[in-house]
Design a protein around this ligand. Structure first.
Ligand SMILES: NC(=O)c1ccc[n+]([C@@H]2O[C@H](COP(=O)([O-])OP(=O)(O)OC[C@H]3O[C@@H](n4cnc5c(N)ncnc54)[C@H](OP(=O)(O)O)[C@@H]3O)[C@@H](O)[C@H]2O)c1
Length: 272
């Protein structure tokens, strides 16, 4: 799988990650066999990043349970978030997340939806110094938040910023993506498939034959390749609980990439 460098360390990260909102929030007593298969498929295709949050119900625990018995569990890049107010509550929640995910070090800890971000950022900086988290970041999922994300990136040294971007919603192209690139901040892209609505937008439309020049063989690959071919994107995190979809998504991280002209052609085809 194609990788991108995390600017703050130069560590390579595979471009296709895995989101877990809803898909991994299942009862612990009945984890469907599809979920371990999704993780196997992710890894088998060279993917690493798994994104979770205490907001996602059982997701962190399910990830911990499923990775506990894997030989190569350290191959994954574990990302989660803090989503509460107050210093003590944040510390407790982050410790709980580490326990639930079965990690003594979290690869990336993010402040979810900027909730009480000034408070948590102080803790995150201290935890990074102590080696309890390797990278720190902030997240949101709405266009309205982009200005605030940009302002924080300009004021505070951060490793990652996570936000929404897709072929149907290109708001982040105007400022946030170029600003992150200029400041040397890695980007994680959420809502890449519009929570599944991207597929409804192309009902009755066929994938153009020229898309195969970019090794695109499904709509999912069309949507994801558009995102990762933006030079400021580090990793995209489509969520799935279906191993066939995981394989489909992972394949977007292989083969030819559209250049800037190809990206315009891809967007125009869907606008037309
Ligand atoms: N503020 C934040 O920090 C924030 C906010 C939003 C999202 N996020 C993160 O970003 C992740 C992704 O966003 P999202 O979950 O909102 O939505 P998304 O990834 O845009 O869409 C997920 C939906 O697409 C479907 N899907 C995935 N791959 C597919 C494929 N190849 N073919 C057909 N359908 C496919 C999934 O269903 P199946 O299970 O059937 O595949 C699921 O219903 C989240 O899970 C979360 O980790 C973070």
């Amino acid at each position: 799988m194609i990788t991108r460098r995390i600017p703050s360390t130069n560590e390579p990260l595979p471009v296709i990650g895995l989101g877990t909102w809803q898909c991994f929030d299942v009862p612990l007593s009945g984890i469907p066999p599809a979920l371990p298969a999704v993780l196997d498929m992710h890894r088998a295709h060279g993917g690493r990043l798994i994104d979770s949050s205490p907001m996602y119900g059982n997701s962190e625990k399910v990830i911990g349970r499923l990775t506990k018995t894997l030989d190569r569990r350290d191959d994954f890049f574990y990302a989660t978030k803090v989503w509460t107010t107050g210093r003590e509550a944040g510390i407790k929640q982050m410790q709980d997340s580490m326990d639930k995910m079965g990690r003594s070090v979290i690869d990336l800890m993010q402040i979810h939806n900027l909730l009480d971000w000034r408070t948590h950022l102080k803790t995150l900086r201290a935890w990074k110094e102590e080696g309890r988290v390797r990278y720190i970041g902030i997240t949101h999922y709405t266009d309205d938040s982009h200005q605030m994300l940009e302002q924080i990136l300009r004021e505070e040294p951060l490793d990652f910023v996570q936000f929404n971007y897709s072929i149907f919603n290109r708001h982040a192209e105007a400022r946030l993506l170029p600003v992150a690139a200029d400041l040397g901040v890695a980007t994680l892209i959420n809502r890449p498939l519009g929570v599944g609505s991207a597929f409804s937008n192309v009902l009755g439309k066929s994938i153009p034959t020229w898309a195969s020049d970019y090794s695109i063989h499904s709509w999912s690959q069309y949507f994801l390749k558009f995102i990762i071919s933006h030079p400021a994107v580090t990793c995209v995190i489509p969520a799935t609980g279906n191993p066939v979809h995981m394989a489909d998504n992972a394949a977007a991280g292989l083969g030819e990439m559209p250049d800037s002209e190809g990206r315009v052609r891809m967007a125009n085809y869907l606008a037309g």
